[in-house]
Ligand binder design. Structure first.
Ligand code: SF4
Length: 435
């Protein structure tokens, strides 16, 4: 069998990469190069966070987004986080502080050289569109002290009752109109251009449409994608600096074509070692991945034929598969709805409903929680959620723990043992069901 878009290795021994992955790598490199040149080019930048980001709005002012969480995870994938976390702890940050914060702080103290080797510019503005997690507030307090940069805050109400009300939406829109936009005008020296924002939002919606198609392709057997490890790559452009750009649209079109081709050929997901030979277990996974040992962690699943058919991590930068798309006809309202709809802004009953639905719609064999030691926002309530999902679906739950970017909390032997026991349990359950 041949494919028009065969995965390739960039160098001997490296993981196989699809053409879309290589395109994304070029996009990211280009973005960091632009940031590196900003002190000379005069381009202004805004540091902001992934959940509830306002990328289209920033781009409509020609402002470049910088996402500290993305820098932290990219540093971890390149083996730099251990050093950065040590610098942060030496400077007094406790062991219990979110390791994204410590990694970012350590990177800044070590010279603020970003993951691709370009020095990141100082922030012209810190846009705190803080969604679901109080740590974001403390994080930018630290950066404000260090850089002396101005902060503008967008307070995003939590979906405590599991829904977005008109008054919540009006509250966010008023902040956008009266606080955020005037500050962006001041920093950029440009007037707010609603037509330009609408054009960005139109492109976002097109990319989101293709992304949802890709994520929902996992309903097939075999699934042509891995919706946890593989999805990390699929989400890169839409979660980070590229939503609303032509580049993002091109990336998602190409990705969709690759998946269409894989479906036509009956292929499973591409793993670090090539297409998965046989799908044995279909999982729904809750919680972010580990970044310091990303490929090693992925192989623990791929070697057992375990495929993630849905995940919650792929919704932290936007829950699109329940129908939300950025709407160019309601530019500020749609930004408000987007911010309030991100996964970590949902209450626990809504998260349980979502995961239960995934188990059923994607015909999963079980639900696995990867709990993050230093992320209280994600980890709180996970065991209670697991018990509820198990009782509603009758599918076995599993629980493993490590960390985002602190390699001290990744115990390969322990994780492997727990995963092997979990897969044995799924196997036995299947044998009993067919006996
Ligand atoms: S605690 Fe979790 S959600 Fe909050 S900033 Fe850290 S990683 Fe993000």
């Amino acid at each position: 069998m041949t494919t028009a878009h065969p995965p390739a290795r960039e160098r001997p021994g490296a993981a196989l990469k699809d053409a879309s992955q290589l395109r994304q790598k070029r996009m990211i490199a280009g973005h960091y190069e632009r940031l590196g040149r900003a002190p000379e080019s005069g381009e202004k930048n805004v540091y902001t966070f992934v959940p509830g980001n306002l990328t289209e709005l920033l781009r409509s002012f020609d402002l470049l987004p910088v996402l500290p969480e993305i820098n932290a995870l990219q540093s971890a994938m390149r083996g730099k986080s251990k050093e950065y976390i040590a610098i942060a702890e030496k400077a007094g940050q406790s062991e219990d502080v979110c390791t994204y914060v410590k990694c970012d702080y350590g990177m800044m103290k070590a010279g603020n050289v970003g993951p691709t080797g370009e020095r990141l510019p100082r922030p012209d503005l810190l846009l705190l569109s803080y969604t679901g997690c109080f740590t974001f507030l403390k994080w930018f307090e630290i950066l404000r002290e260090e850089y002396g940069a101005p902060v503008v805050m967008l307070h995003v109400p939590y979906q405590a009752d599991g829904r977005i009300t008109d008054s919540m939406r009006a509250y966010v829109v008023a902040q956008l109109r009266d606080k955020v936009i005037p500050e962006l005008e001041r920093i950029s020296g440009r007037r707010y251009d609603e037509e330009r924002l609408r054009a960005e939002l139109r492109r976002s919606a097109a990319a989101e449409e293709d992304l949802v198609w890709v994520l929902q392709s996992a309903r097939r057997r075999p699934s042509p994608i891995d919706a946890y490890f593989g999805a990390v790559y699929y989400l890169g452009p839409i979660f980070s600096a590229f939503r609303g750009t032509e580049d993002a649209c091109a990336y998602y079109r190409e990705l969709r074509e690759e998946i269409e081709e894989r479906i036509a050929l009956g292929l499973g997901p591409v793993t670090p070692d090539g297409p998965l030979a046989q799908e044995r277990f279909r999982l729904v996974i809750e919680g972010p991945p580990n970044w310091t040992h990303f490929h090693e962690f992925w192989r623990m699943f791929a070697d057992e034929g375990a495929v993630a058919v849905a995940s919650t991590y792929s919704k932290v930068g936007g829950v699109y598969d329940t129908g939300f798309r950025h709407d160019p006809d309601r530019p500020l309202e749609t930004l408000a709805d987007y911010c309030m709809g991100c996964y970590t802004n949902l209450n626990l009953p809504t998260r349980v409903d979502l995961i239960t639905r995934y188990v059923e719609e994607y015909e999963a064999d079980g639900v696995l929680i990867h709990s993050i030691k230093s992320c209280n926002s994600f980890s709180a309530g996970q065991l209670a959620m697991l018990r509820e999902i198990e009782s509603r679906t009758g599918k076995p739950g599993g629980f493993i723990e490590s960390d985002l970017v602190d390699p001290r909390y990744f115990s390969a032997a322990n994780l492997k043992n727990r995963l092997e026991s979990y897969f044995q349990m799924l196997d036995q359950k299947r044998v009993r069901a067919t006996a």
